[in-house]
Ligand binder design. Structure first.
Ligand code: KIV
Length: 275
């Protein structure tokens, strides 16, 4: 596609073609992901773990998220860019949430925002949508509040919690979300939710039946080695390639093989003689 992907394009994918989504936090990776034709780029708060070396996504705020979102939107020509609202940027009150959501759109140039399910999620989501900002929902394992869910565990494995997730999904559709991330839920539950909704579901650890799939790019590239969840498929081990290139550089510098004349600049002999 030659133009920017819109929210309407994403909605139109439902029951027609699968949606692809990846995370990006900087210009070079966003540019490569966009050139590869991925539909949605999420500036995820996973930046905390995979880029900033922090332990929890709750450790990043608006300053960090806007900084990374701006780098991504500078690079992206086609994909829909979604800014992930960080912890505490939408939990305080709906007015503050709308203000912060607007900053993703107006300051950082994002096309939409994503927020994770929490107690007052519907009220807040509705207010943001009323202010004409497209919202992607996120239910199941919501990392910002994982401690309330018993840790980083699959959600909706019994009928009661599964029913609650179905209710959350339908409520988020009702208030106007344009899509919904399902994280770490059983594949058959994701199938039920996907069939029930008119908006697309995008799964991460939610099986094959979702309308689309998202992964953290650093996981699929093998660029984050601290831990690898079961649902991640590592398509390449780029850490190995990077390490090899860095070692080659080190050895060539030590052995005076780099730089060669091809990487150097010259000065005329007559100018040299004047020194
Ligand atoms: O921050 C993130 O990367 C996410 C995805 C895992 C959906 O929220």
């Amino acid at each position: 596609m030659d133009r920017k992907i819109t929210v309407e394009d994403i909605l139109a994918c439902k029951n027609k073609r699968k949606i692809t989504m990846l995370t990006a936090y900087d210009y070079p990776l966003a540019s490569l992901i966009d050139k590869a034709g991925i539909n949605i780029i999420l500036v995820g708060d996973s930046v905390a773990n995979v880029v900033l070396g922090l332990n929890s996504t709750t450790e990043v705020g608006m300053t960090e998220m806007l900084h990374h979102a701006k780098a991504v939107t500078r690079a992206v020509k086609h994909a829909l860019v979604v800014g992930d609202m960080p912890y505490e940027s939408y939990q305080l009150n709906p007015q503050e949430s709308v203000k912060n959501a607007k900053r993703f759109i107006e300051e950082a140039g994002c096309d939409a925002v994503k927020l994770e399910w929490f107690d007052r999620c519907l009220e807040v989501t509705e207010e943001i949508i009323k202010s004409k900002i497209a919202v992607m929902g996120h239910i199941g394992l919501t990392p910002q509040t994982a401690d309330k869910l018993g840790g980083f565990k699959v959600q909706g494995r019994d009928a009661e919690t599964a029913r609650r997730l179905i209710e959350q999904a339908t409520a988020l559709e009702r208030v106007g979300c344009f899509s919904l991330v399902l994280e770490c839920v059983p594949d058959k539950l994701a199938q039920i939710i996907t069939r029930k909704l008119r908006i697309p579901t995008i799964g991460i650890g939610a099986g094959i039946y979702c309308d689309g799939q998202v992964l953290v790019t650093h996981d699929l590239l093998g660029l984050f080695e601290r831990f690898t969840p079961k649902f991640v498929k590592r398509y390449i081990n780029i850490s190995e390639l990077i390490t090899r290139a860095i070692q080659d550089f080190k050895n060539e510098v030590i052995n005076e093989k780099f730089p060669t004349p091809a990487h150097s600049f010259t000065i005329k002999e007559e100018e040299l003689r004047k020194l």
